[in-house]
Ligand binder design. Structure first.
Ligand code: CO
Length: 155
């Protein structure tokens, strides 16, 4: 495993539409291992492959609910709404207020290509929306109603 440099906003690699993964091989596993090391070292809740300069539809999420490797993820359905603070390892030192669905049901493939579905609420739902956006070249700053240089107090 190796830590990988996280590219920052302004880098055009964050703005590309990422490609579907077709081969669930050692190259993918090594990418996933690097992403795990990077997200943990950076204390992130999630990381998408374009954030380390790889144009593939691969996301890792690291929350209380568990550690998820999500390949070719797709949102199947959403419910409700939540408004709260978001940050991103590619937008260091900034925070923004973003409205997201409260509940998200997704499908994805694991590192062996097996299909799974998962339902997340609150932070997990927010995290899936944020990370999946990265795969379409979308950053949370595009959706934020307000931006801050410090983390605002949660109500
Ligand atoms: Co992000």
């Amino acid at each position: 495993m190796a830590y990988r440099y996280v590219v920052q906003i302004g880098d055009e690699r964050l703005r590309k539409n990422c490609e579907e993964v077709k081969k669930f091989d050692k190259e993918l596993w090594s990418l996933l291992d690097d992403m795990k090391e990077t997200v943990r070292k950076e204390n992130g809740a999630g990381l998408a492959a374009p954030q380390i300069g790889i144009n593939k539809r691969v996301v890792v999420i690291d929350l209380e609910e568990g550690y998820f490797e999500m390949i070719n993820p797709k949102i199947l359905s959403v419910k409700g709404e939540q408004t709260g603070t978001e940050g991103c390892l590619s937008v260091k030192g900034k925070y923004g207020i973003v409205t997201r669905p409260l509940k998200v049901k997704s499908e994805y493939r694991d590192r062996n290509g097996k299909k799974h579905t998962v339902t997340g609420t609150e932070l997990f739902a927010r995290c899936m929306c944020h990370e999946f956006d990265h795969l379409d070249g979308v950053l949370y700053v595009d959706r934020a109603s307000e931006m801050y240089d410090e983390k605002p107090d949660e109500e």
